[in-house]
Ligand binder design. Structure first.
Ligand SMILES: Nc1ncnc2c1ncn2[C@@H]1O[C@H](COP(=O)(O)OP(=O)(O)OP(=O)(O)O)[C@@H](O)[C@H]1O
Ligand SMILES: [Mg+2]
Length: 274
């Protein structure tokens, strides 16, 4: 499908990948997506849809979980990156901020941030300047710079995880579920920072989110995953207006989230009855 979001230069291309855990559990069943340079692309879907698996396939973190990409290819700037280890990827400008935040709890906020600069060879002064830049984007972290990370709030830990990623000067951030467990106001704050980093620093984002509503407000383009397949994709504003997306992802009914598959079988049933 060609559209405005996709005519831009693609930084990352995921072509029809299949992922299997433990040699038997087929989790991704042919996922393709394209992330344009300078954009914010959202990977949406409910629990277990395959969002984290897709991000880990890209950043080559599956092997430690006994997962394998068994089909398809993943290209960054046109080069196959499937054989790079995560440290090489960082050097290539791609970092992943994991789901669930993962700070070094016993280190201070500032020490955590500095661990993100470990691959850099451009000297202390540059690293210090970038630390100040991170503090400018995340003023809360500056206030808490001397606090032990384990004692900061969930939102602050999410900021530490993102700030640490930024310290490697990434071109692209794979951001897994930044809204998880955070109050709406803090979610808004985090997504606003994502938008600012994207616009002012030119960082490209691929972000996985269950919170379709907020993700589609901040992203340019979205892919909806269900059971390891992309069931719909499009520019974020079109997805927001799509009746099925509205019904099944934006308006949470009392019964919880339904899936497109439920809609289809429901429609079939309705045809039978009428
Ligand atoms: N290491 C693993 N071994 C076996 N199965 C796994 C493993 N990790 C994930 N899975 C399975 O793969 C499927 C996709 O999981 P994944 O974590 O990618 O979903 P997700 O979209 O990120 O969900 P959530 O929104 O809950 O984080 C799930 O059915 C999950 O149980
Ligand atoms: Mg996940």
């Amino acid at each position: 499908m060609l559209d405005a979001g996709h005519t831009d230069e693609a930084l990352l291309e995921v072509n029809n990948i299949e992922v299997i855990y433990n040699h038997v559990i087929l989790v991704l069943k042919g996922v393709s997506l394209s992330v344009p340079k300078g954009g914010i692309t959202a990977l949406l879907g409910g629990n277990g849809a395959g969002k984290t698996t897709t991000l880990k396939a890209i950043s080559n973190l599956l092997r430690s979980e006994r997962g394998d990409v068994t089909k398809g290819s993943i290209e960054y700037r046109g080069n196959n990156i499937q054989d790079l280890d995560p440290a090489d990827l960082v050097k290539n400008g791609v970092i992943q901020v994991m789901e669930g935040r993962h700070c070094f709890e016993h280190l201070t906020v500032e020490e955590n941030l500095l661990t993100g600069a470990y691959t850099r060879t451009d000297g202390k002064a540059n690293i210090q300047a970038d630390l100040e830049k991170v503090y400018a984007y995340f003023p809360r972290l500056k206030e808490r710079r001397k606090s032990q990370a384990g004692y900061t709030s969930g939102g602050e830990q999410q900021m530490v995880a993102m700030g640490r990623g930024l310290m490697s000067k990434p071109e692209m951030i794979l951001l897994d579920e930044p809204s998880m467990g955070l109050a709406p106001q803090l979610v808004e704050e985090i997504f606003t920072i994502v938008k600012n980093l994207n616009e002012q620093e030119g960082v490209t984002f691929l972000l996985a989110e269950q919170n379709t509503n907020v993700a589609l407000r901040f992203a340019n383009y979205g892919y909806i995953l269900e059971s390891g397949r992309v069931v719909m994709d499009g520019p974020a504003d079109e997805l927001r207006e799509n009746p099925d997306v509205k019904e099944f992802y934006l308006g949470m009914s009392d019964e919880g989230r339904k899936s497109f598959r439920d809609v289809r079988s429901y429609r079939r049933r309705k045809r039978w009855l009428s």
